[in-house]
Ligand binder design. Structure first.
Ligand code: 5GP
Length: 195
């Protein structure tokens, strides 16, 4: 069985990582497995437990952290987010390409822990900052302070896009998803050649 890739997908809040992921998931040839994170933030309308996130209390999060169950974690605009460790390696061994949608800090943690040629890092950028602000405000169920904090964080994160192997502009979902799929197919093939 050929081992799958570990894909790190970052990009500022509101850039559309989730929508692009849904588009890639529609293509079974990519064999994508989305790693669902733990978060302490409140569920947004339309979100479902176990699909977008496992929604946990700060105490539950702390417990998972203490027990070493998280591959990486970070605090983001007042809430904790973390990747459960157990599924990542197991799914890769089953041949799935495992996708982590995590922020830049979490990405650094993964890159320092997992050192193999199967790690692919991709940063998704918006067509413009104005467009990003429009998207964040459009979907926000949060206070103006939280929106401002997300915009501020987005500016900082966009400056780190060049630390990733690939930068993709999310102009249209279809085109961003196509570009990512192409990268994944190429990287899978080159991983195969190395074996
Ligand atoms: P949101 O609240 O908009 O769903 O996510 C806020 C930010 O947290 C996004 O940049 C998202 O990629 C990031 N995030 C989601 N899950 C994780 C995780 O498990 N670890 C880390 N480090 N960041 C995460």
């Amino acid at each position: 069985m050929k081992k799958g890739l570990l894909i790190i997908l970052s990009g500022p809040s509101g850039v559309g990582k989730g929508t692009v992921r849904q588009e890639i998931l529609k293509d079974p040839s990519i064999r994508l497995y989305y790693s669902v994170s733990l978060t302490t933030r409140k569920m947004r309308p339309g979100e479902m437990e176990g699909r977008e996130y496992y929604f946990v209390t700060p105490e539950q999060f702390e417990k998972n952290l203490k027990e070493g169950n998280l591959l990486e974690w970070n605090k983001y605009v007042g809430n904790c987010y973390g990747t459960p460790r157990d599924k990542v390696e197991a799914k890769r061994m089953e041949g799935y390409n495992v996708l982590l949608e995590i922020d830049v800090n979490g990405a650094q943690q993964v890159l320092s822990k997992v050192k193999d040629p199967g790690v692919v890092s991709i940063f998704l950028v918006p067509p413009s900052f104005d467009e990003l602000e429009r998207r964040i405000r459009g979907r926000s169920t949060e206070s103006e302070d939280a929106v401002q904090a997300r915009l501020e964080k987005a500016r900082l994160e966009l400056n780190l896009a060049n630390t990733y192997q690939y930068t993709i502009v999310n102009d249209t979902v279809a085109s961003a998803a196509e570009q990512i799929k192409k990268i994944l197919l190429e990287r899978s093939a080159s991983l195969e050649e190395m074996r």
